[in-house]
Design a protein around this ligand. Structure first.
Ligand SMILES: *Cc1c(COP(=O)(O)O)cnc(C)c1O
Length: 367
C-alpha cells in the first residue's frame, strides 16, 4: 500500500516521549533488570524502524512477532538482539539464523520436526516459552521444559532465556496473575539447567507488579505512553502518549434542515448546519463505529455525523471554517484532548487495537 502523502491526514509520533517513557519506567524497575522493548506490529503503529533506531541505546533487546519484522529491523541497521516472541514454523528457522534473530521455542513437537527435517540449529539462540495459563503457546510441564532445553543444546542451539506471558496483569483482580506467577516461578526453580534470562512481565506487570520482576521485562504499550488497562487501573506514574492523529477539512458546506448526510442517509440536519468533510475512513482504520464520536476543530468537539465511508468522514461544525483547517482525531487541539483510550471505549475495544488498525496509508511524521 502506498502512503498517501498528498492528503492532510497524518500521524505525528513524538519520539522524545518514547525515550522519556523508557527512562521513567526503568527508574521504577529493580536495578539490572534487562529492558526488552516490544516493537511488534510496526511498533504498535508508531513505525518500527524509526522507533527502534531512536531507542536502541536505551534497551537491551527488541521483541517482534514475526521473522519479517525482525528482518526489517536488521536491514535498517539495528544491531541489538531481536527476539521473535511468536511461534515460527520449523522450516523457517534457517532464515531466523541467517538474520541473527532469537527464536521462541514453544513445544517439543517443534524440535522433533526440526530434527526430522534435518535442519541445522547451529548458531541459533532461543528463549523457551512456558504456558503458565495464557493457553496460547508454550510448554505446560516441567518435564517438557527440561527435555526441550536438553534437546536444543544437543542440537547445537544455545538456550538463552525462558519466559511466560500473563493473561490478566492489567486487571484489578490479580488471582489469575498470582496463579500464573506461582506456576512459572516453581517451574523455573525446578529446571535442571536454568537459562540466564528469565522473564514474564509485560507492561502491566512491569507497572503494577514490580515485586515479581525476574531478570528482564517486555514492555510494549507503556513505551508508547498508554495505560495497558485502558482506565481500569491508574498508572503508578505518568507516561506521555507519543501518538496523535490529524487531518484537515477538505470540504465545507452549509446544508438545509432535513438534508441527509452519508451512506444510508442515516443523518438528517435538524436545522441549517455546516458540514465538514475530513479525508479519513475505515480504509485508514477509522472504523465505521466511530459514527457519533467526535473530532476536534478549533478547540471544540465536533460530532462525526452520518456513516463513516471508506475514505471520508463528515462532521458537524459550529460555524464555517476554511479549507485546510486542522482537525484532530487523536491528541490535543486548543484546550481539548481526545485520547486513544477514549477512541477505544467508543469502539468497545482496547487502545492497542486502535493504534494497530491505523493503516500504512497514513504517513507517520516524526518529531
Ligand atoms: C505483545 C506482547 C508483550 C507486550 O505487551 P504490552 O501489554 O504491550 O506490554 C509482551 N510479551 C508478549 C509475549 C507479547 O505478545
Amino acid at each position: 500500500m502506498v502512503s498517501s502523502l498528498h492528503r492532510p491526514t497524518k500521524a505525528k509520533v513524538d519520539l522524545q516521549a518514547i525515550n522519556d517513557n523508557i527512562e521513567i519506567i526503568k527508574a521504577h524497575l529493580p536495578k539490572k533488570t534487562q529492558f526488552f522493548a516490544v516493537v511488534k506490529a510496526n511498533a504498535y503503529g508508531h513505525g518500527a524502524v524509526a522507533v527502534s533506531k531512536v531507542i536502541e541505546k536505551q534497551v537491551d533487546t527488541f521483541c517482534v512477532s514475526t521473522i519479517d519484522e525482525g528482518i526489517e529491523l536488521r536491514q535498517s541497521g539495528i544491531k541489538k538482539p531481536i527476539l521473535i516472541i511468536g511461534a515460527i514454523l520449523p522450516k523457517d528457522v534457517t532464515i531466523a539464523i541467517e538474520y541473527d534473530l532469537l527464536v521462541t521455542v514453544a513445544s517439543l513437537e517443534w524440535l522433533e520436526a526440526v530434527q526430522k527435517e534435518g535442519l541445522s540449529l547451529s548458531g541459533l539462540s532461543v528463549h523457551i516459552k512456558v504456558d503458565s495459563g495464557m493457553g496460547r503457546i508454550g510448554v505446560r510441564h516441567l518435564k517438557d521444559a527440561n527435555q526441550l532445553i536438553k534437546g536444543l543444546k544437543e542440537a547445537g542451539a544455545s538456550v538463552e532465556g525462558i519466559f511466560t506471558h500473563f493473561a490478566t496483569a492489567d486487571e484489578k483482580d490479580d488471582s489469575q496473575y498470582q496463579k500464573q506467577l506461582a506456576f512459572f516461578t516453581s517451574l523455573v526453580n525446578q529446571l535442571e539447567e536454568k537459562p540466564a534470562i528469565v522473564h514474564s512481565s509485560n507492561s502491566a506487570a512491569s507497572l503494577w507488579h514490580t515485586e515479581s520482576i525476574m531478570t528482564a521485562v517486555r514492555v510494549g504499550i507503556a513505551l508508547y505512553g498508554l495505560n495497558p488497562s485502558g482506565d481500569e487501573i491508574t498508572l503508578p506514574y505518568p507516561l506521555k502518549p507519543a501518538f496523535s492523529l490529524e487531518s484537515a477539512l477538505v470540504n465545507v458546506k452549509e446544508i438545509s434542515s432535513g438534508a441527509s448526510v452519508g451512506y444510508g442517509a442515516t443523518y438528517h440536519a435538524k436545522q441549517s448546519e455546516w458540514i465538514g468533510t475530513v479525508p479519513i475512513g475505515y480504509a485508514d482504520g477509522w472504523t465505521r463505529d466511530m459514527q457519533g464520536f467526535s473530532v476536534l476543530v478549533d478547540g471544540q468537539f465536533c460530532e462525526i455525523v452520518g456513516r463513516v465511508s471508506m475514505d471520508q468522514i463528515t462532521i458537524r461544525l459550529p460555524q464555517y471554517y476554511p479549507l485546510g483547517t486542522k482537525v484532530t482525531l487523536i491528541g490535543q487541539n486548543g484546550e481539548q484532548m481526545i485520547t486513544t483510550t477514549q477512541v477505544a471505549q467508543q469502539r468497545e475495544t482496547i487502545n492497542y487495537e486502535v493504534l494497530c488498525l491505523l493503516s500504512e496509508r497514513i504517513p507517520r511524521e516524526y518529531k
